[in-house]
Write a protein of this length. Structure first.
Length: 297
């Protein structure tokens, strides 16, 4: 399949307008129309319908749009890896979510690959799949949920969550609380509400966050409560925030993820090292550096 034609199709499918897609691609509209017709000829089916009402996707077009994202990301990742290899690519980039200890796996991997440079890069909830698919990272320690399309995802361990409360909250400093205790409180959360770990009703506090730092600032300002994996409390503290165990909250699941199209002995060796050190990594995540009732730090 001609990837250039596929990129042209995605632009038209996103805009549902040939003129606007042509402007975005910096090509003439007739040339764009010819490329789309050529792609339809290659695939033997119509991808778009064009009438007086505008442009619409056919069933085949909708399927191709679904599959096109991972395919184009994989092609971009190949180009990145070739470029790295051309410049002496003894390098591996490992992504990780806040609170995950990467060092045990990196150390074990180094025993087999002492000359490979391992870069580590923190990733957030909304870019973990994208960065794996486009080759920005080679392997990632991710937290569920994640869109697994085009990925191989291997569960590693779970860890408890804690409630993140303003220091002056009525439950701050408690030994533990329940989900029911916090029902109805404004929630500071990331954009995708479906990822919330609680089924209790929480009004949106109106502050959408990407990472731990933003979460702590909003909670400290009294704008709402939040939830974090307990390991994040080991690495992050705030003088105006209290962490309180909430045992009946669904645990956080940490997994290893790699692009399904990514085949590399070096990546496989890192995956093996990560799995071999899962127990150590989980111990880091579940190590209690604070005592109940003394966690407002």
């Amino acid at each position: 399949m001609d990837l250039r034609k596929l990129r042209y199709f995605v632009a038209v499918a996103d805009k549902l307008h040939f003129g606007r897609a042509a402007d975005e691609l910096h090509i003439a509209q007739p040339a764009l129309s010819r490329q789309i017709r050529a792609l339809e000829h290659d695939l033997g089916t119509a991808l778009l319908t064009r009438d007086s009402h505008g442009v619409m996707l056919t069933d085949a077009g909708r399927q191709l749009l679904t599959d096109a994202g991972p395919l184009l990301a994989s092609a971009h990742a190949v180009r990145r890896r070739v470029t790295v290899a051309a410049h002496g690519g003894g390098r591996l980039t490992v992504g990780f979510r806040a609170g995950v200890a990467v060092t045990p796996a990196v150390r074990q991997f180094a025993t087999r690959h002492p000359n490979v440079i391992v870069d580590v890069q923190r990733i957030e909830w909304d870019d973990q799949a994208t960065m794996l698919l486009d080759g920005s990272i080679d392997v990632g320690y991710v937290r569920l949920p994640i869109d697994e399309t085009g990925l191989r995802v291997t569960p590693l361990y779970t860890e408890p969550r804690v409630a993140v409360l303003p220091a002056g909250h009525r439950f701050a400093g408690k030994e533990q609380i329940t989900e029911a205790d916090l029902a109805g409180e404004p929630l500071v959360w990331q954009m995708d509400a479906s990822t919330q770990p609680t089924r209790r009703p929480h009004p949106n506090a109106g502050y959408l966050v990407r990472g731990v730092d933003e979460t702590l600032e909003h909670v400290a300002a009294g704008r709402g409560i939040s939830f974090l994996a307990r390991s994040a409390t080991v690495f992050y503290s705030h003088p105006q925030v209290s962490y309180v165990p909430i045992p009946d909250l669904a645990p956080d699941q940490v997994c290893l993820a790699v692009a399904a199209s990514r085949t590399s002995p070096m990546v496989d060796d890192f995956l093996a090292a990560a799995q071999a050190t899962t127990e150590i990594t989980a111990e880091c995540a579940n190590y209690e550096m604070w005592q109940p009732g003394e966690n407002a730090v």
